[in-house]
Design a protein around this ligand. Structure first.
Ligand code: NDP
Length: 248
């Protein structure tokens, strides 16, 4: 079956670049109608045009996941305009690496608000309807950093550990009600993620790390998401950890 998601509706947060964009393309390619959310309208415009040209049904959402009302509205609009919500991919995130000593707490607020509260708000908005319909997938984009803490990544680690703990707790809560909660945990992927790091030393270190290996492409992670959500209903892929072959 080349279109396993035919008739399904997916919502992808952080779809304006990187993994989210590649995931929206992969899910649409598998037959899903896709709602694409992020803050950069120009980038979403371009993606929406591409997806429509390829024959997909698309809903473009002006979405800041740190805004609870915007999250609620995004889920409601998806259900109204695309006719349901079967797959939520909580992908939006920021990685503002740096030491804890001397950090700017504004970086911490951005990471916790986006990576943690964003996932909570979106999931809260979507989960009740999924439980009522007795099916659905919530895929949370965590990281290798959600499993292994390292110096220089403390608050990013904390944000992704929070995602993992929340996901496992919710998985147990909805077990037996047809809803699957999954974690995808990438290693280094070549995206815009490191562009936003504010501590110069941390930015340099992450660029050096990237230069020393062949990183994953966003499409490599999109395939993992597609694998998770196209399993038969009785198969729950709880967790997928994908590193570049070169990454320690
Ligand atoms: P990008 O920077 O390319 O993409 C991040 C996406 O998140 C953008 O679409 C951005 O859109 C969106 N975003 C950021 N803040 C918000 C917000 N407040 N509201 C809505 N959307 C937001 O990086 P990646 O594709 O690499 O990152 C995607 C996810 O993958 C993140 O959760 C990241 O932690 C995770 N990850 C990435 C790894 C990597 O090496 N690249 C490794 C492990 C995990 P916009 O700015 O337009 O709002």
């Amino acid at each position: 079956n080349s279109r396993p998601l035919q008739g399904k509706v997916a919502l992808v947060t952080g779809a304006s670049s990187g993994i989210g964009e590649a995931t929206a393309i992969a899910l649409a390619g598998a037959g899903a109608a896709v709602a694409i959310g992020a803050r950069r309208k120009d980038r979403l415009d371009a993606l929406a045009t591409k997806l429509r040209d390829d024959g997909a049904r698309v809903l473009q959402l002006d979405l800041d996941v740190t805004d609870e009302q915007a999250c609620t509205a995004a889920v409601a609009r998806t259900r109204e305009e695309l006719g349901g919500l079967d797959v939520l991919v909580n992908n939006a995130g920021v990685m503002l690496l740096g030491t804890i000593v001397g950090a700017d707490p504004e970086d911490w607020r951005r990471m916790i608000d986006t990576n943690v509260l964003g996932v909570l708000y979106m999931t809260h908005a979507a989960i009740e309807g999924m439980v009522e319909q007795g099916s659905g997938d919530v895929v949370n984009m965590s990281s290798v950093a959600g499993r292994t803490a390292r110096k220089g990544a403390g608050v990013y680690n904390a944000s992704k550990w929070a995602v993992n703990a929340f996901s496992e707790s919710l998985r147990q809560e909805v077990t037996g009600r047809g809803v699957r909660i999954s974690l995808v945990e990438p290693g280094a992927v070549a995206t815009e993620l490191t562009d936003h790091i504010t501590q110069p030393e941390a930015k340099r270190a992450s660029q050096e790390m990237a230069a020393g290996m062949t990183r994953l492409q966003a499409e490599d992670i999109a395939r993992a998401v597609l694998y998770v959500v196209s399993q038969p209903g009785h198969v729950a892929v709880n967790e997928v950890l994908v590193r570049p072959t070169d990454q320690e």
